[in-house]
Each structure stands twice: as structure tokens, then as C-alpha cells.
Design a protein around this ligand. Structure first.
Ligand SMILES: NC(=O)C1=CN([C@@H]2O[C@H](COP(=O)(O)OP(=O)(O)OC[C@H]3O[C@@H](n4cnc5c(N)ncnc54)[C@H](O)[C@@H]3O)[C@@H](O)[C@H]2O)[C@@H](O)CC1
Ligand SMILES: [K+]
Length: 517
């Protein structure tokens, strides 16, 4: 699913209005109607008090129009205009008049003197700011936001949690509404997926307000949200007359004393994702545990007992992973450097191999084209330097990926894969996956996909998706806390099967009513 910038959404808005020959007010009416339908379907007329806090721009206009529909259906509402500016939008004013025509008189708030009482069981609709926020909210508006939070009422934000910018980070964490649910128009917003801003939109859903499909299809976007529909075209089916050699030989180099498990987990993910053959390259101490616990994997031994000291092998793998459990012994750094100088096979670089690269940046130039690097946030910081907010992080990550022609997989709640100036945001996974070895499994999965002939970028995007989906399926049995990395690897099969499951049929929403009287 495409993610658009704020400007692109405004442009889509203008384009739609012109092409469909409608007014901007009609578009606002669609938006309000969609939110109303969503709420009405769930509330079924329940006598819960709904407090609507509406700004003076179009986000506020959406809220005011929603208030009218709620009132017409007998809901118990209270409407407030958060009067932070006199520059009211045209469509806000049109809807305010419609409200007054129905004898609904909003309360105007313009200081922190009289904030309304809100019960814990009430619902708050946050339509204070939308994607038009362009400067910090006034202090009294920040206080109002805190008042909303203190009420502990359920907060439903319209389009975005008020106070979030679409193109920069947060200046004051108190100046953003923490939404329980966000109903966003037409396309998800990038801020929902970034670690600093994503926490303000706990759950979200997209409402289709009929923006022009042609515009949406043709507009080049920088970020995509990756779900089943996006990965299905990447999937390579197995051939009837294939043999294990057809699906590639993966080599996993890593491990050190006490960290052989990391190699085991990577190899396990690699096997489960379908690599035809998997060989591990480990210090001598890794031989017995690997051979006894993972008989499907072959083992090549380093000459050193406890550390990788020389990387030499006489096989020709189709993909190599390096770094899991590797450690940073001097002898290992030397071996890694020599390996990089000689190697031209596709690489997946993780963990200590990334740390060695960060400390010896000249080595980065030795990476083969389209190598996949899989840093977690701390490893990323060591590679690209610090950042002031997530937007700057993405900018720096793109520049790094361009400079070294590598696919950068930024691991997190929503892992983002960066390549050629674009970002692919993963939608699968859960907090249970923040567990030891989960990243090793991912490294193995991506390597196994490259070995099977997937281009690096596809392997990264698809691998991250499968890894997250496996975690999502696995927690159905284990819950978050008890999920361990080997279970993620062992559930990759179910994640594959799940790719071809039809979505369950959801309840039909009520038909739209676009008549604004
Ligand atoms: N195509 C779409 O997506 C549609 C968007 N609509 C709504 O329109 C919203 C955008 O509306 P607007 O552009 O009017 O902007 P907002 O309603 O987000 O903001 C209100 C206005 O206040 C001003 N402002 C910004 N920051 C301020 C601050 N800190 N203090 C005081 N004033 C400030 C700005 O000039 C801005 O235009 C969307 O988020 C959405 O809710 C809908 O009405 C329907 C169509
Ligand atoms: K809002």
C-alpha cells in the first residue's frame, strides 16, 4: 500500500475535486460520513457521551460535520471549537453553520480556564489538527491535550493524532494527542510507523474517501507499506522437477565461544525458508552442538577452537551470511577483512560484522553490490551516526544505502528496508519478537531467499514480512512472553501457507449517505 506525503495528499485532494467536479465541502462530507459509519457500526446507538474537539481548519471541519451526523442519529454529543486561530477554513465555517441550523451550539475554547469535564467511560473525538499542523500548538492547546489524556476516555483521532507533523519529528511530547485509535483518510501516514511518532497512534484504520484512483496509482511515492498483497508477487513457486541444488546453497559464517546458538538459529531460519543446502562456518567448538541439534545443516570448522580466525572454504554458496555471534576478536577482524577482500558472492551482514564495519569504515567499500545489512537501531547509529529525529534517520539511511549500494534493513517494530531512495515498511510482527536470537533467524531467512534466487531487495522485503508473520502465527500458541527465536524459525512454514489463505469476509458497512442538508 502506498504511503503519501502531506503535500501529495493535498494534491490528490485538489485533483479529485477538479476531476470529479465536486466541491471540497463534498469531500469533507465523504470523510465525515465514513467516520460516522465506522462509529455507528460499532456503537449501534449506545448512549455513551461523545465529546468532539474540533480545530478551525479542515480537520476541525471533519469533526463538526461528524457531530451533525451523530446528532441526527440520536447520539449524546458535546461539541467544542478549539479556537486556536481566527483563520478558519471555508469548509469548517460551512459545517459550523449547518450545525447551528440544527440548534447545536458548540462551546468555544480559547484558553485553559474552562476545560469541559470528561468521564472515563466517554469517547473523545480528536479533530483539533490534521495534516495541516505547521507550528507548535499554543500552550493552552497543549494543556487541553493533557486534559484529554487525564480523562482516560477513549480517544479517536481524525486523520492523524493532533500535534503530529507529517514531515518532521516531535518537539514536545506533551503537545501530541495519544490516540487509542486513528481513522485516517485514504492512505496510511508515515508517522504511524516510525518509533518516535508511532506510539501516538496505537491502532489505525484507513477510510476510503474516494480520492482519484488514477492520481493515486500514478503518483510516485517514497514509502510503501508491505503486506500480503505486496509480497505475493515476489513469491517464487517450487518447480516439480527441482532438486535441492535448485534452491541454492547458503553459507552462514559466525559464532564464537558461547554464541554458537546464533549460528544455529540463522541456519534454522535459512532451512525453514527453503534454502536447498545450508552450511555453517564456525569455530571448532561449534561442531558438536550444531551437528547434534541441527542435523540438516553441514558444518565447516575454523582452525581455532573458540573464534573465527581464517575464513576459507571450498564450496561455492549462492549466498553468504556473516556476523551472527561472531564477536570482535582481533583475529576475527583480520579474517573478516581478508574475507571481504576476496569475496564477491552475495552477502547478508549482521550483528558483530556490522560493528566491525562501523569501526573500520573503509571496509564498507569492499561489500559486493546489493549486500543486505540488517542493523538494529544501535548498530545503525554506529554505521550512519546519530540523528535528531526519525525523519533525519531515514534521510541518512538512504544516503548510506546509496553510497555503498546496499540494502539497509532497519530493524524495529516496523522494520524499514531502504534501497535506491525508497523505503519498504513492514506490517507484520509483534512485541513478542523482541527476544534473543530473533534477528539471527531473520538473517538466515534473508540469506536463504537470496540463495533461492530472490534479488537482494526482494529477499529483504519478503524475508522481513515472513519473519514477522511467522512471529504473529507463533504467538497464537505461546503468547508474547513465551515466544522464542527457534519457534519463529519453525513457524516460517505456516507463514508461507498463510500467504495463500483468503482474507476472512468482514461485515458489510452501511451504504454511504452523501446528502449534506
Ligand atoms: N484529502 C484529504 O485527505 C482530506 C482532508 N481533510 C481534512 O483536512 C485536514 C487538513 O486540513 P487543513 O489543511 O485545514 O489543516 P488542519 O486542520 O490540520 O490545521 C488547521 C490549520 O491551522 C493552521 N495551523 C497549523 N498549525 C497551527 C498551530 N500550531 N497553531 C495555530 N494554527 C495552526 C494551519 O494554517 C492549518 O491549515 C486533514 O487532516 C483531514 O482531516 C478532509 O476534510 C477531507 C479531505
Ligand atoms: K486529529
Amino acid at each position: 500500500m502506498k504511503i503519501f506525503s502531506g503535500e501529495q495528499i493535498y494534491e490528490a485532494d485538489r485533483f479529485t475535486i477538479e476531476k470529479q467536479g465536486i466541491t471540497s465541502d463534498a469531500l469533507m462530507e465523504r470523510a465525515a460520513m465514513q467516520i460516522f459509519n465506522w462509529l455507528h457500526l460499532r456503537m449501534q446507538g449506545a448512549p455513551v457521551k461523545i465529546h468532539l474537539f474540533c480545530g478551525i481548519g479542515n480537520n476541525g471541519g471533519d469533526g463538526i460535520a461528524l457531530a451533525r451526523h451523530l446528532q441526527e442519529h440520536g447520539y449524546h454529543i458535546a461539541v467544542y471549537v478549539v479556537n486556536y486561530s481566527q483563520a478558519r477554513s471555508k469548509d469548517f465555517l460551512i459545517n459550523l453553520e449547518r450545525l447551528k441550523d440544527r440548534k447545536i451550539w458548540p462551546e468555544f475554547l480559547d484558553s485553559d480556564k474552562h476545560f469541559p469535564e470528561i468521564g472515563r467511560e466517554d469517547i473523545v473525538v480528536d479533530a483539533i489538527f490534521g495534516i495541516g499542523l505547521n507550528r507548535p500548538p499554543a500552550p493552552w492547546v497543549v494543556n487541553l491535550m493533557q486534559h484529554l489524556h487525564r480523562s482516560e476516555a477513549f480517544i479517536l483521532s481524525v486523520d492523524v493524532p493532533s500535534g503530529l507533523y507529517t514531515n518532521k519529528g516531535i518537539e514536545n511530547p506533551d503537545a501530541v494527542v495519544k490516540a487509542n485509535f486513528v481513522l485516517s483518510f485514504q492512505a496510511p501516514k508515515l508517522v504511524f510507523f516510525l518509533p518516535e511518532t508511532g506510539v501516538y497512534s496505537n491502532q489505525w484504520e484507513i477510510l476510503d474517501i474516494g480520492l482519484d484512483q488514477e492520481y493515486l496509482m500514478q503518483t510516485e511515492n517514497e514509502y510503501d507499506l508491505i503486506g500480503k498483497n505486496e509480497v505475493l508477487p515476489l513469491y517464487k513457486p517450487r518447480e516439480k522437477f527441482a532438486h535441492k541444488g535448485s534452491y541454492g546453497h547458503s553459507l552462514i559464517i559466525g559464532g564464537s565461544r558461547g554464541k554458537i546458538g546464533a549460528v544455529h538459529l540463522a541456519a534454522r531460519g535459512c532451512l525453514r525458508v527453503g534454502s536447498g543446502l545450508v552450511t555453517t562456518y564456525v569455530p571448532k567448538c561449534g561442531l558438536t552442538p550444531l551437528q547434534s541439534n541441527l542435523p540438516e545443516a553441514m558444518v565447516i570448522n575454523d582452525s581455532d577452537e573458540y573464534y573465527i580466525s581464517k575464513i576459507e572454504f571450498d564450496i561455492t554458496p549462492k549466498a553468504i551470511a556473516i556476523g551472527v555471534g561472531l564477536g570482535k576478536e582481533k583475529t576475527t577482524i583480520r579474517a573478516f577483512t581478508n574475507f571481504l577482500k576476496a569475496n564477491d558472492l552475495p552477502l547478508v551482514v549482521d550483528a558483530d560484522a556490522l560493528n566491525i564495519l562501523s569501526e573500520n569504515k573503509t571496509l564498507l567499500k569492499l561489500l559486493p553490490k546489493e549486500s543486505v545489512l540488517t542493523p538494529h537501531p544501535k548498530e545503525l547509529e554506529r554505521l550512519i551516526g546519530t540523528w535528531k529525529d526519525d525523519f533525519e534517520k531515514l534521510k541518512k539511511a538512504k544516503a548510506f544505502s546509496k553510497k555503498y549500494d546496499c540494502v539497509l534493513v532497519i530493524k524495529g517494530a516496523h522494520t524499514i528496508t531502504i534501497y535506491e531512495g525508497r523505503g519498504y515498511i513492514n506490517s507484520t510482527g509483534n512485541p513478542g519478537m523482541a527476544t534473543a536470537g530473533s534477528g539471527d533467524v531473520l538473517t538466515g531467512i534473508i540469506t536463504g531467499l537470496i540463495a533461492q534466487g530472490y534479488p537482494s531487495l526482494n529477499a529483504a522485503v519478503f524475508g522481513v514480512y515472513l519473519h514477522g508473520r511467522a512471529g504473529d502465527i507463533a504467538i497464537e500458541e505461546t503468547g508474547y512472553q513465551a515466544l522464542i527465536a527457534s519457534a519463529i524459525a519453525d513457524t516460517v512454514g505456516k507463514a508461507y501457507i498463510d500467504l495463500f489463505k483468503m482474507p476472512e469476509v468482514t461485515q458489510q458497512e452501511e451504504p454511504q449517505d452523501e446528502t449534506a442538508k
